[in-house]
Design a protein around this ligand. Structure first.
Ligand code: PSV
Ligand code: MN
Ligand code: MN
Length: 388
């Protein structure tokens, strides 16, 4: 049976990174429903992230998105974060919102556009130097809409060349995390459509390049936990962009529609050493909150990851191995289901209380007065949303 003290230690040690864009007004491509009290600056986004950390105790890191979080002085932003008990996490590049990227960014047929895109990526590494961030997260919207539009192999060559230049610029403690997505905004070919393409590029680049698994970026029915297990075995799982997807890239709250899938993913992570800090798997959220209140939604998402992790840690791995070895299919499956069907909320409440936190972070946030305060104070100026 799992050792409860070890389970508790692993849960208290887990860190979940929240995205700056999750605090702003964002949503679907059809409509963003604006909410009051939303941050107007990257500094105010950090104020909100500090609330999430204050009530959960496990979310000290915040991912930034450039240029959405562009500021004059990144060291000052990092200092502001530090004063609130936070750290700046992954720097997310953006090569998808400029007119010049109509035919792609790093894979564009025109070398001048590729130069502009690579320069932006290099600027992101400069920002990492200033913020102390160790991860550069790359997602490319590159692809084509029509057969014959561009040469698939040439585009891979351009991608490899761009990645190599950025990789060479990384410091010793920095890494490049390459995200994949099976479609959208390109609908015929996508230049990094799947984990295999990302893995192949990362393998060529070297040990500082790893794959990011965005849980929303797969075709229906994809066995994401297989991908996770494979990448961990190869030392190539850099981290997650957690969210829940039901149809396409919905960016809904992680664990909301399919908590069992999240459990299966976390089981592979836990079983294969992915929770050990030295494995350096980043547990990031990549979500937006269009119809629900943002800060409580981020808190709920952090809790959903914790619950899936707790269940994964409760898997009796010895009993599982024994059942697997003896070919007892039903017993092996039952071991997993027993863990999944355990109500871990009392355990998590206990851990929070032991560390001086309120047992129910959502209720504690609701009673804190923060939402009323930002609604009253954040008037005037432009609220942050998608876009610079
Ligand atoms: C677009 O699909 C996307 O959601 C990617 O997952 C990135 O990680 C994110 O936007 C931010 O650029
Ligand atoms: Mn993502
Ligand atoms: Mn996405």
């Amino acid at each position: 049976m799992p050792d409860i003290a070890a389970v508790k230690a692993a849960l208290s040690g887990q860190r979940i990174e929240t995205p700056s864009w999750g605090y702003g007004n964002s949503g679907t491509r059809f409509k963003v429903f604006a909410q009051s009290g939303v941050p107007r600056t990257p500094f105010e986004k950090l104020d909100d992230a500090a609330q999430v950390h204050a009530f959960t105790g496990v979310a000290p890191k915040v991912s930034l998105h450039i240029p959405w979080d562009r500021v004059e002085d990144y060291a000052a932003l990092a200092a502001y974060a530090k004063d609130r008990g936070l750290e700046l996490g992954a720097i997310n590049s953006n090569t998808f919102q400029d007119d010049s990227y109509k035919l792609g960014s790093v894979c564009h047929p025109d070398a001048k556009v590729r130069r502009k895109a690579v320069d932006h990526l290099l600027e992101c590494v400069d920002i990492m130097d200033a913020t102390g961030s160790s991860d550069l997260k790359l997602w490319f919207a590159d692809g084509t809409n029509y057969p014959g539009q561009d040469d698939i192999v040439d585009r891979q060559d351009r991608l490899a060349e761009a990645l190599a230049e950025v990789y060479a610029r990384l410091g010793d403690d920095q890494r490049l995390l390459l995200e994949y997505k099976f479609f959208e905004p390109a609908f015929y070919t996508t230049d990094v459509p799947d984990w295999g393409t990302s893995y192949a590029h990362c393998l060529k680049l070297g040990s500082k390049a790893q794959v990011v698994v965005d849980t929303g970026h797969h075709a229906p029915g994809t066995n994401i936990e297989f991908i996770v297990a494979f990448l961990l075995r190869e030392g190539k799982l850099g981290g997650f962009d957690f969210n829940s997807r039901f149809y396409a890239d919905d960016d809904l709250m992680v664990g909301s529609a399919d908590p069992f899938q999240l459990f299966r993913i976390m089981h592979e992570v836990a079983k294969n050493g992915g929770l050990a800090p030295e494995t350096n798997v980043a547990f990031m959220l990549d979500q937006c909150h269009n119809i629900e209140a943002k800060i409580p939604a981020v808190i709920r998402s952090v809790m959903n990851v914790q619950e899936a992790t707790a269940k994964a840690l409760l898997v009796d791995v010895d009993a599982l191995a024994e059942a697997q070895q003896s070919g007892d299919v039903l017993a092996a499956n039952a071991v997993l289901m027993d863990a999944y069907n355990t109500d871990v909320r009392p355990l998590l409440r206990e851990i929070r209380e032991e560390t001086g936190l309120a047992p129910d972070p959502v209720a504690a946030y609701a009673g804190s007065g923060w939402q009323e305060r930002i609604t009253a104070e954040r008037v005037g100026g432009e609220q942050a949303g998608w876009g610079a």
